[in-house]
Design a protein around this ligand. Structure first.
Ligand code: GTP
Ligand code: MG
Length: 370
């Protein structure tokens, strides 16, 4: 029974059609704006958007007023989420480490402790910045393929002594495809004889025009190891963040993306998640990918136990039934019954997709065998 078109559903939720298509994609449903989806699927989408659903008939859903999409007054500023990309050995890790050491709070807390796939620092002016320490382009591609968009901007690291290289170009392409702005960090300027200006010229060939050449891409010359101009880079990030006017409603059920996950011997499944909407609370029941559970404990990148995680904060959560995948969506839900329902739905979709893929491969094999 086909109930409602994707566009109509989006209209009813006052959401963008593209967002609904993306939500469906995350659930394993491929649909365009004009296609119809059944009421069961629509109901799940509506709940994923944080709305309450009323079934008005077997095949139709009505969206309750309780959970209307966030209005302007609900939205509050949130810290930017920044991904650092660049060619091998150009200094991404060194830069992340150096920036991490500028964290005023980390110093107060007695230094850096554990490594998780993302961390948040507090800069001297008191504002916060979240950095995602992804293992690089593949993770980025995988997340984008899953419809997950986690980063607000990309800091492109280009070593002044090496210039624009294949993975630099790839990073530019990724950022453009994802529609996120770039900030260029020309690194290793401490090295004798390097020519940062050459990098700017090379970038021009890839349609990245830095400000000093009349474009609108900010560029900062830095040295990660000599700690030169880190403050300027942070300023560039906060300027870009201001332009983007980043906001989220902290007062709603949490939603976000799994950044990384693992099975820990002592602690069981551990997932690092980025909260993107709402506030995640210890004790919340969450569904992450097809896994679910009660958040038994929540830790920040400094190993501190948290009770609440607001938008843009990456946290490690314990208590899931299994290990979700990077790029999986997570949502906090009302109760265990609901969690089971969403989890089963996602498992069913995943199985259907796998079967479909197998079927496709099967027929391809048949064809090849002939
Ligand atoms: P991959 O993760 O392998 O892609 O490399 P990366 O981009 O993370 O580079 P990494 O930070 O590991 O740095 C590579 C090498 O460059 C190391 O030997 C660093 O010490 C050196 N390096 C990084 N930043 C600077 C810098 O600002 N100046 C100088 N002189 N060397 C640097
Ligand atoms: Mg590295």
């Amino acid at each position: 029974p086909e109930a409602i078109t994707v566009q109509e559903l989006a209209n009813r939720m006052a959401a963008r059609g593209g967002e609904v298509v993306k939500a469906l994609f995350r659930m394993g449903v491929m649909a365009t704006l004009t296609q119809s989806i059944d009421a069961d699927t629509a109901e799940l989408v509506v709940q994923e958007f944080g709305h309450r659903v009323r079934r008005v008939s077997e095949s139709d859903v009505e969206i309750g007023l309780e959970g209307m999409e966030d209005t302007d007054t609900d939205l509050q500023p949130r810290p930017p989420v920044v991904t650092i990309m660049g060619h091998v050995d150009h200094g991404k890790t060194s830069l992340l480490d150096a920036l991490r050491k500028t964290d005023v709070v980390a110093h107060e807390a007695g230094g850096i402790t554990q490594h998780i796939g993302a961390y948040q620092i507090t800069v001297p002016d008191g504002s916060k910045v979240t950095f995602i320490d992804t293992p690089g382009h593949e993770a980025f591609t995988a997340m984008r393929a899953r419809g997950a968009s986690v980063t607000d901007m990309v800091v492109l690291v280009v070593a002044a002594d090496d210039g624009v290289m294949p993975q630099t170009i790839e990073a530019i392409r990724h950022a453009k495809a994802a529609g996120v702005p770039l900030i260029v960090a020309v690194n290793k300027i401490d090295k004798p004889g390097v020519k940062p200006d050459r990098v700017k010229q090379e970038l021009l060939q890839h349609e990245v025009v830095v400000e000093s050449l009349g474009g609108d891409t900010q560029e900062i010359e830095v040295s990660a190891t000599q700690r030169i101009n880190l403050d300027k880079l942070l300023e560039a990030i906060s300027l870009q963040a201001e332009v983007l006017d980043l906001k989220a409603n902290p007062n709603r059920a949490a939603e976000g993306t799994v950044i990384e996950s693992k099975l820990d011997r002592g602690r069981g499944p551990v997932a690092t998640v980025l909260v993107q909407k709402g506030t995640l609370k210890q004790g919340d029941i969450v569904v992450a990918g097809a896994e679910w559970g009660r958040v038994r404990a929540m830790l920040d990148d400094k190993g501190r136990q948290l009770k609440d995680a607001p938008p843009s904060l990456p946290v490690e959560i314990l208590g899931l039934s299994g290990v979700p995948s990077a790029g999986d969506n997570f949502i906090a839900v009302e109760n265990e019954a609901r969690a089971r329902e969403v989890s089963e739905f996602r498992q069913r979709r995943a199985r259907e997709k796998a079967t479909a893929a197998l079927g496709a491969r099967g027929s391809l094999n048949d064809m090849l065998a002939r």
